[in-house]
Ligand binder design. Structure first.
Ligand SMILES: Nc1ncnc2c1ncn2[C@@H]1O[C@H](COP(=O)(O)OP(=O)(O)OP(=O)(O)O)[C@@H](O)[C@H]1O
Ligand SMILES: O=C(O)[C@@H](O)C(=O)CO
Length: 420
């Protein structure tokens, strides 16, 4: 099937989030892990390429995203979506802005929109400021993120140092007037040379209006929720054939493992709640790991009964994360944890785990790469933005749930296990 929308996601949980929200419309969605080495065949109407580029140097991120764009263009896509985090995770160097500008240049377009709002998960944008629940981004737990601490809530100020062209805003007052008002404001801003337009949205109706206004844009950028209305809009435009057979989820054995590398406030609460169930658990201390290596963790894992779905976690409160980073450096602390959780995923799979739950985007990237998975099928949504996915790793059929740090209820881990 010719691809209608080609999507590039900057991390793996972001990719499953986007694929899950697109799949809510019942359309065929294919999720590729990394840019496929083969030319496109057997493509879906909606293709999502999961990359791990959020924390790379900007030039490397740009180069990977350009390669993804080329593949999606070869799949026939005419419209594209650049998916980043609903909490706009980035640094002054990027990578949201540099990738947008590179994709715009490659597509020969002069304007795009930015909207990370995801109202179902409490992310809203008002007067260009991003809120997490009722808190401005910079006052939310995101201020302590281990890799991209967010210390400003204003999306224009966050984006400006990342791009070379001008940044503007379409505010909620305009969005509330509907798609035509949004379109004419985009045109007015374009005439003023504004290339990067942040758009307010506090509710899904706002995102529906923005998506309607922008449905013909060659490149949109944002969180997953802005993309969610696109399948229905394209169907209404007769942009693709809507007859297809839905996939049947495979039967998956119940042995499993939970690997948590996210240190978000929500993951801390989810880990605490899972520990309270009495499930077997191992806490990774990055300082001990750096000193003694991973063997003790792997030995513990192979001694477990995977029917009880053990939890291995480095999840910690901000003070403990800072202490590890002060000693090891931010990048090294992150890397050694990701490496050991990736090694645990392989060991657990080889010991019979068929349900693997991973918390954290970078962590999910490391685990999925280690499992050498190249494609995920999208299954049932466990929580908004977190579907079960299915894949084959080393000949084994696995179910993977890749949970964004902040998503899911406190009972997420038990919710996931009972949703399959
Ligand atoms: N105790 C710890 N000390 C220092 N770094 C840690 C610790 N535990 C985990 N990390 C690192 O913190 C980073 C967490 O990022 P990750 O993307 O996995 O989670 P997240 O940001 O909460 O998730 P998402 O991107 O989906 O919102 C990883 O690189 C992980 O290895
Ligand atoms: O948008 C989000 O919050 C998530 O999909 C994500 O990108 C987490 O890394």
């Amino acid at each position: 099937m010719t691809t209608i929308l080609g999507c590039i996601a900057d991390d793996f949980t972001g990719a499953t989030d986007l694929a899950g929200l697109l799949a809510r419309s019942g359309v065929p969605v294919s999720l590729r892990i990394g840019v496929p080495s083969e030319p496109p065949t057997d493509t879906a109407a909606f293709e999502v390429i999961a990359l791990k580029v959020r924390n790379l140097p900007a030039q490397e991120a740009v180069s990977e995203c350009r390669t993804a764009l080329d593949w999606l263009q070869r799949a026939g896509a005419q419209r594209f979506y650049w998916k980043y985090c609903s909490t706009f995770d980035s640094t002054p160097d990027g990578n949201i802005g540099p990738v947008s500008e590179a994709l715009m240049a490659a597509l020969g377009i002069h304007q795009t929109v930015y909207c990370p709002a995801f109202p179902e998960n409490g992310r809203s944008v008002f007067m260009g400021n991003l809120f997490v629940g009722r808190e401005p981004l910079a006052e939310s737990p995101m201020k302590d993120h281990p890799l991209t601490p967010m210390r400003d809530s204003n999306l224009m100020r966050l984006l400006e140092p990342q791009v070379t062209k001008s940044v503007g805003l379409i505010d909620r007052l305009c969005v509330a007037r509907g798609p035509e008002a949004i379109l004419s404001e985009l045109t007015r801003l374009s005439e003023q040379g504004i290339a990067h337009v942040v758009i307010d949205a506090v509710a899904q109706q706002d995102l529906d209006a923005i998506a309607t206004a922008c449905r013909d844009m060659r490149l949109m950028t944002g969180g997953s929720a802005l993309a969610m209305p696109l399948p229905a809009l394209y169907k209404a435009m007769d942009a693709f054939d809507t007859t297809f057979a839905p996939n049947q989820p495979p039967e998956i054995a119940s042995d499993g493992i939970i690997l948590s590398g996210s240190c978000s406030a929500m993951t801390n609460a989810q880990v605490a709640q899972y520990l309270a169930t009495g499930a077997p658990a191992y806490r990774i201390d990055p300082l001990t790991l750096a000193k003694l290596g991973p063997q003790a963790i792997l030995d513990w894992l192979v001694a477990q009964d995977l029917e009880h779905v053990p939890l291995i976690y480095a999840t910690a409160e901000p003070d403990a994360v800072r202490a590890a980073q002060n000693e090891l450096g931010r990048t090294r602390a992150g890397e050694i944890v990701e490496e050991v959780l990736a090694a645990c995923a392989i060991a657990a799979r080889d010991a019979g785990a068929r349900r693997i739950i991973v918390a954290g985007g970078e962590t999910s990237g490391a685990v999925t790469k280690a499992l050498d998975v190249d494609r995920l099928d999208i299954g049932k949504e466990i929580a908004p933005g977190v579907p079960w996915t299915f894949c084959v790793s080393n000949g084994y059929q696995l179910a993977l749930a890749l949970k964004s740090g902040n998503f899911g209820a406190e009972s997420f881990f038990t919710d996931a296990l009972s949703a399959i």
